[in-house]
Design a protein around this ligand. Structure first.
Ligand SMILES: *Cc1c(COP(=O)(O)O)cnc(C)c1O
Length: 421
């Protein structure tokens, strides 16, 4: 089945759900066991079935199957937030003493997780400036367990060159993990360019309505964890499951089964079935929403580029953009709804004069949202640090919603007018 059909109808079994057309919310925590033997097999992971909602739930299961299919992966797991998806994806293959390599152009939350929290647990993250492959290669050691990047960086809105990064990772027998939150599988499928694991904040476009926190991890099923002895956690027996070996016993699902059965079991960061239900509703219209998000963002970017009182515009599909060629290669269906620009007038006045744009720190909502990093999220940074983060004093980040484009443009134009007075 094609993308749009999987998103709206994939993996529905009407008989199993009492012929209810919409997949129901399973608001339960536990499941009854038919017999003791059945329970024993479930606990030994010898048979598929439900034990407890921290591990599996039918409301989550259908979303996991759809996301896995949309990303063209072997399996997926929903988590409580994007941050927990990233944490679990990395902890699944690392331990104290290991290293990972990423870029400094990543989401602020991920940045803090990498440079502070993972460090506290003895996992060292090296951050590279830019996509120059030789800079990444120089940092790889025999302790490096993965490379990590974002398809479209937030908030710098740069496009990652996934293919050579994946080749580099594979040369050293390690996987490439890609945060595909801003692109979504509708615009880019990182597995087609060699990535091995994809993570999402489903909080953003996948659920799409700004009403459900969530994350997802997707396994391509293609990485050979047994090619070297770097990933013993997957290739040697797990004592907490009576000596079962993930890689051997679950084939192309080994990585994702370990994320669920080991880490989400122990850390508890499952997605609530109610949020999974909201995520499913969002996913069902993902392809339609993304088209309009992209169309509106490109029209606004083109308008701002011609605007006399706009200092600069960053949107990958503008011909003038440094990422234009990469966008042509990786983002065939559009460049998503994130754009950044600098206004000439007073930033504070500009933000406060907007009526349609909501001043908040979120993206991927059906409503247009504007963020003013220098005045909010990055307020505590010095001028030097702001510069390093690629954030100028006039930096505005916008996530363009599904409103009428004329109203969106008028709102911005009016606010620019006021900001100059
Ligand atoms: C928001 C975001 C995250 C974190 O997701 P939460 O659901 O807020 O935990 C991670 N990566 C990117 C690119 C994001 O935009």
């Amino acid at each position: 089945m094609k993308f749009e059909t999987i998103a709206t109808q994939g993996f529905i079994d009407l008989k199993k759900q009492n012929h209810s057309i919409s997949h129901p919310i399973y608001a339960n925590t536990a499941y009854s066991f038919d017999s003791v033997d059945y329970a024993v097999n479930l606990f030994d992971l010898k048979q598929e079935g439900d034990i407890y909602t921290r591990l599996t739930n039918p409301s989550n299961d259908i979303v996991e199957k759809r996301i896995a299919a949309l990303e063209n992966g072997s399996g997926a797991l929903l988590t409580s937030s994007g941050m927990s998806a990233i944490l679990v994806a990395i902890l699944n293959i690392t331990q104290a003493g290991d290293e990972i390599i990423s870029t400094d152009k990543i989401y602020g939350g991920t940045y803090n997780l990498f440079i502070k929290t993972l460090k506290q647990f003895g996992i060292n993250v090296k951050l590279i400036s830019g996509d120059n492959i030789s800079d990444w290669e120089k940092e790889i050691t025999n302790k490096t367990k993965c490379l990590y990047t974002e398809t479209i960086g937030n908030p710098s809105i740069n496009v990652a060159d996934i293919e050579p990064l994946a080749k580099l990772a594979h040369k050293y027998g390690i996987p490439l993990i890609v945060d595909n939150t801003v692109a979504t599988p509708y615009l880019c499928r990182p597995f087609e360019f060699g990535a091995d694991i994809v993570v999402h904040s489903t909080t953003k476009y996948l659920s799409g309505h700004g009403n459900a926190m969530g994350g997802a991890i997707i396994d391509s099923g293609k990485f050979d964890w047994g090619q070297n002895d770097k990933f013993k956690c997957l290739t040697t027996p797990d004592e907490s499951y009576h000596g079962l070996t993930y890689n051997k016993d679950f084939g192309d699902l080994g990585y994702i089964v370990k994320c669920r059965a080991h880490l989400v079991r122990d850390l508890g960061c499952c997605q609530s079935p109610f949020n999974a239900y909201l995520t499913m509703l969002g996913l069902e219209t993902l392809h339609v929403r993304m088209q309009r998000h992209c169309e509106n963002a490109l029209l606004l970017a083109e308008h701002l580029e011609k605007h006399p009182n706009v200092n600069w515009v960053n949107y990958p599909l503008l011909k003038s953009n440094v990422n234009y060629d990469l966008a042509q290669k990786y983002l065939k269906n559009g460049a998503s709804s994130l754009l950044a620009f600098g206004v000439e007038g007073n930033g504070r006045k500009f933000i406060e004069a907007l009526k349609l744009f909501i001043h908040a720190t979120n993206l991927g909502d059906i409503r247009s949202i504007i963020t003013y990093p220098a005045g909010t999220t990055h307020r505590q940074l010095s001028d030097e640090q702001l510069k390093q983060a690629g954030i100028s004093k006039d930096f505005m980040r916008a996530s363009i919603g599904l409103e009428n484009i004329d109203d969106i443009i008028n709102d911005i134009d009016r606010a620019i007018e006021i900001s100059r007075k």
